[in-house]
Design a protein around this ligand. Structure first.
Ligand code: FAD
Length: 500
């Protein structure tokens, strides 16, 4: 057998997603004479662009997939190595890759993201959406589909059911309302009518630039939109690409085989109990009990007693941290959700090993206004902060937990509405010790404020409310708002002036 090729770097970062790329860039720029390696399974890396600090904690940015050469051109001390890690020997500070590389590091940051938590493995009729390849597979299958069943109630499911056209969607959510991860039943009621109306026309441009790869080394054949070919790529499905982000569906047509626009039926409080192939279904007693069996390649029996035939099932039930190659023979402390537990310096329980992004779980006592959610913004913040912590460690400097972990904040779009989430936006952990103020104008805006002991602890802002900065300040300064009562949401009061 050929001997392993050995390489040594001061800093090694695993993962070419937002967390890994941000961490590697931070290290390469802070230590221009140190050797930094970014090790990634996918041929393309994710780069943050058009970064905008919207307010103290709210940030917006676009993400582009780029060939790794872009990073190497920017930082002469940064090497991007495309090879998946298959083992880690933490004691020896060594990583082994599938291509026989043995990489030694002084400090390591694991940013290997997550993979979809599939309802069932190895069922060709159950798809997960995680990276560009899986989104393209979904698009291909959808173009021939008349009915799909979408399972899950998080961000991906929300976007999917809204975006899909020309195909009936049966949406199975385990909760009493849609979008439980992001908002309450009131906000869900506000958004639901959007599923029955035609979507507004979108400009045909696509923000995400997609590169094709030709041959083993990346070249610059720029392909805008999702229809691009990925000639010459040798990545197998077991080597995951980076997670998609908020605009993952832009530039790819999510259209089924039918003429309909939106046709979504929500099955509340239901989970998938059993999945049947066409053959198995016909042989089961269910075939006799189900009113409209049709002839479908797959059938989903839900826990509410209903069974639906469909072309395929989309499993959008969250992600599991991608820790597998790193655990064997090492002593990582894992969190309940199986993420690598990190302390307030993004350090795992293994010496000189840090972690950031979807693969890790914040193990420190968080600020009472922050919680971890596996989102793009947090992947960037964690990657950046992990890089700074690694640097501080090498330089024997002290470093405080970054301000971005003070207040949870997130901007996104659901059903074409701008959505801003701040602090304990869903009253997380407050139990009965909370008071809600709500203002809602159908089809226009939904504003919810979470108060506890007269102080604002969180807010959900849907639509163009223009309240994010003022509310962020009120949450951060923890001013006693008792004297203002419900006036806080009085639409006739210019709240910005009020608190100036
Ligand atoms: P990833 O982006 O998953 O990157 C992991 C990297 O590690 C990849 O480059 C992969 O190739 C590499 N890797 C994995 N295993 C190995 C290995 N063994 N060896 C070497 N490299 C390896 N977030 C939002 O904020 N807003 C949204 O609206 C939103 N929508 C989303 C929609 C979809 C469809 C999906 C899937 C996610 C969405 N997210 C959204 C979540 C967001 O994309 C992720 O939280 C974020 O991208 C995680 O970044 P990461 O760098 O931690 O991991």
């Amino acid at each position: 057998m050929a001997a392993n090729i050995e390489k040594t770097f001061k800093f090694v970062v695993v993962g070419g997603g937002i967390a890994g790329v941000t961490c590697a860039e931070q290290l390469a720029s802070q230590f221009p004479s140190a050797d930094v390696a970014l090790l990634t399974a996918a041929p393309l890396i994710k780069a943050v662009c058009n970064f905008k600090q919207v307010s103290k904690t709210l940030e917006e940015f676009d993400v582009e997939e780029r060939p790794s050469s872009v990073l190497e051109e920017k930082y002469s001390n940064l090497r991007v190595i495309q090879s998946a890690v298959k083992a880690l020997h933490a004691q020896h500070h060594t990583l082994l890759t599938v291509d026989g590389l043995e990489i030694h590091y002084e400090k390591l940051c694991i940013c290997s993201g997550g993979r979809p938590k599939l309802l069932t493995q190895d069922n060709p009729f159950v798809l997960g959406i995680r990276d560009t390849d899986s989104a393209q597979e979904f698009q291909k299958r959808l173009s021939k589909a008349k009915r799909i069943v979408v399972v899950g109630n998080g961000g991906i499911a929300l976007e999917l059911v809204y975006e899909v056209e020309g195909c009936e969607v049966i949406w199975a959510v385990k909760d009493k309302a849609i979008g439980n991860t992001f908002f309450d039943a009131g906000a869900a009621q506000f958004l639901i009518p959007s599923l029955d109306t035609d979507k507004p026309e979108r400009a045909a441009t696509c923000k995400r630039a997609r590169y094709t790869i030709e041959g083993p080394a990346a070249t610059q054949g720029l392909a805008v939109g999702g229809g691009s070919d990925r000639q010459g790529q040798s990545r197998g499905l077991e080597e995951p690409g980076s997670a998609l982000g908020p605009d993952w569906h832009e530039g790819i047509s999510l259209r089924g085989a039918e003429e309909v626009s939106h046709r979504v039926s929500v099955e509340y409080q239901s989970e998938v109990k059993q999945i049947y192939t066409h053959q198995d279904f016909l042989l089961s007693p269910l075939a006799l009990q189900t009113a409209d069996t049709g002839s479908w390649p797959v059938y989903a029996q839900l826990s509410n007693g209903k069974t639906f035939g469909c072309d395929f099932i989309v499993s959008a039930t969250g992600v599991v941290p991608n820790t597998e190659p790193f655990l064997h023979e090492n002593n990582f402390a894992l969190a309940e959700d199986s993420g690598l537990r990190v302390d307030d310096h993004m350090m795992t329980s293994e010496p000189d090993i840090y972690a950031a992004g979807d693969v890790c779980t914040a193990g420190w006592e968080p600020s009472h206004l922050w919680q971890q959610m596996r989102l793009w913004t947090q992947a960037r913040q964690m990657g950046w902060y992990a890089g700074r912590c690694m640097a501080a460690d090498v330089l024997s400097e002290t470093i405080e937990l970054d301000f971005c972990f003070e207040l949870f904040s997130h901007i996104t779009k659901f059903f074409n509405y701008k959505v801003v989430l701040l602090g304990k936006f869903n009253g997380q952990g407050l139990g009965l010790n909370q008071e809600l103020l709500v203002r809602c104008t159908k089809g226009h805006e939904y504003v919810k404020v979470v108060l506890s002991g007269g102080r604002m602890l969180g807010a959900v802002l849907i639509g163009e409310t223009d309240l994010e900065e003022t509310f962020e300040n009120l949450i951060l300064n923890q001013m006693d708002l008792t004297p203002y009562g419900e006036e806080l949401l009085n639409p006739n009061i210019d709240i910005e002036d009020y608190f100036d």
